[in-house]
Design a protein around this ligand. Structure first.
Ligand SMILES: [Zn+2]
Length: 358
């Protein structure tokens, strides 16, 4: 039986590191003392709450732990808990500070799971505390991800592969002969996006608003082709539904105003909505139909989601790897304040309504 929020908050007033007896052996006294010194040296106030998070028990989610404990303690700072789904991830929520500082804290908890070499709980926790203290969470997260997906020059021919990939998205059954090209295209897209993400992060912040990725010209051309085909099919239909026309309008306007890869991917999702097709992959509409349902949580404080994804992303989730997510100005799209993030490209909200409300 785990302690309740008031008890944990009281303990944190004396010691910023709260460890449930279940983890006592994983954090020997000497390691605990070293961790406490690092926490005390940190310019950012840090509270670590290590309690078991198990469905049906006292603590069922990291959000619950953080929210309850912080409300009892009433102090700003970075709260570190276990992630319910990933053993080697810490969920970090920073109360107070700027958006960037809050993001840095969130990323610190995720970076340690990407970085190799932190084999013990004490080592991972120490690294996480250091990243929060130094404000290097986001930089470490990006670097570790880049190590996992090394940026490489895109192989040729680009147009052919983009075209093969497009067949998948518009829901036409892919010919067997095209599968190799599609798989090749996915690998290539992943490498290219990892590179583009790094490049976007090196740009000055003021450029972010219009930073499109390498390869977005191809994506834009494909979205235009699909949109024209959709317009023709709607014109030819006897009774085009209002909903389909609304989705078509939203797709057209989005294409005109697209400022990011995430926006262009949104055009694909809107075209799919106009067609009444199944949802596209939650992580990246360019992947094609979301044929598999998975449970997934984004790093940070988001709730666990039930999402439809493509086969490659489903495998990544099962293997506990980061899925190949579409980027919005260098960050996972779901972290932005956009219709795409709010609705998961339409998987849990009214995509067309959300776009029209912008
Ligand atoms: Zn996917």
């Amino acid at each position: 039986m785990s302690s309740d929020g008031a008890t944990i908050a009281a303990a944190l007033r004396r010691d910023p590191l709260y460890v449930d007896p279940a983890y006592a052996s994983a954090l020997p006294t000497a390691r605990r003392a070293a961790l406490e010194r690092r926490i005390e040296r940190s310019p950012v106030r840090i509270y670590v709450v290590l309690v078991p998070i198990v469905a049906g028990s006292t603590w069922q989610s990291s959000e619950q732990v953080t929210t309850v404990v912080q409300s009892h303690l009433g102090r700003d700072g970075a709260y570190v808990t276990f992630d319910a789904d990933f053993d080697d991830v810490f969920d970090v929520v920073r109360y107070g500070g700027t958006d960037e500082e809050q993001q840095n804290a969130r990323d610190a908890g995720w970076a340690v799971s990407y970085e190799k070499g932190h084999t013990t709980l004490a080592a991972r926790l120490g690294r996480c505390v250091d990243l929060i203290a130094t404000g290097q969470g986001s930089a470490a997260y990006t670097k570790a991800k880049d190590t996992e997906f090394p940026p490489r020059p895109a192989p040729r021919p680009v147009a052919h592969r983009a075209g093969g990939h497009g067949d998948l998205t518009i829901g036409v059954p892919a010919a067997v002969a095209g599968v190799a090209a599609i798989v090749g295209g996915l690998v290539w897209l992943r490498r290219r996006r990892a590179r583009a993400a790094m490049e976007a992060l090196r740009l000055p912040r003021t450029v972010f608003g219009t930073a499109l990725e390498a390869g977005d010209d191809d994506l834009r051309a494909r979205a235009e082709r699909d949109l024209i085909a959709l317009g023709e099919s709607l014109d030819g239909g006897e009774q085009a539904l209002d909903a389909a026309l609304d989705a078509y309008d939203a797709a057209s306007r989005t294409l005109d105003r697209a400022r990011s890869t995430a926006d262009l991917a949104g055009v694909l999702a809107l075209i799919q909505a106009a067609r009444g097709g199944p949802p596209l992959c939650y992580f990246d509409p360019r992947h094609g139909d979301g044929t598999i349902t998975v449970h997934w949580r984004a790093p940070g404080t988001r709730p666990r989601l039930e999402v439809r994804v493509c086969a490659a992303c489903a495998k990544a989730v099962r293997d506990r790897r980061a899925p190949d997510v579409v980027l919005d100005r260098g960050r996972p799209y779901y972290e932005a304040a956009t219709p795409w993030a709010r609705t998961g490209y339409g998987q849990f909200g009214d995509l067309v309504g959300s776009v029209r409300g912008e």
